[in-house]
Design a protein around this ligand. Sequence first.
Ligand code: GDP
Length: 171
Amino acid sequence: MEEIPSMQKKIVLLGDSSVGKSSLVFKFVKDQFFENQEPTIGASFLTKTVPQNSHEVKLQIWDTAGQERYESLAPMYYRSASGALVVYDINDKQTFKKAKFWIKELISNGENGVIIFLVANKSDLEHNVDSVEASKYCEENGLFYFETSAKTGHNVVEVFTSMASQFEYVP
Ligand code: GDP
């Protein structure tokens, strides 16, 4: 059988603590959800291969390892990322503010052309951040907007596969 061409891409998750970053990665990679997701310890990544028409993308998905608490540590974490999922909790307005902070950081210090998705997680809970406001913010800043729930699985596969399909494959 002919081997499928493959490319590897690093993507990172950014956002406040407890917005569900680890839960999203777990749901996507292992199809599991934990009500009490253990905090990530140490730098860690999981990989998952996403097939495309002509090739496959090996996503190397980095979770922040709690580094969001130390804003100054962040640049080395996301500098070499081709894509970023900036996550907030749709139930918690404060985390939306923080997401906008991370987006600014990524735009000024991230890789040129880094693809940024704004992810409103916990869509199964009450929406305290207005979806219209969030999507308008994305439109103005050239970002993609998704609403997800790591708990129900809503849009979780979609967000990662859409990210994988953004990377141009050059044979
Ligand atoms: P992180 O610190 O951003 O990595 O957040 P975690 O993945 O550790 O999740 C924090 C808490 O939120 C855990 O108790 C999760 O079970 C919970 N959680 C994560 N995603 C969702 C979701 O989509 N809906 C609900 N209701 N809870 C979630």
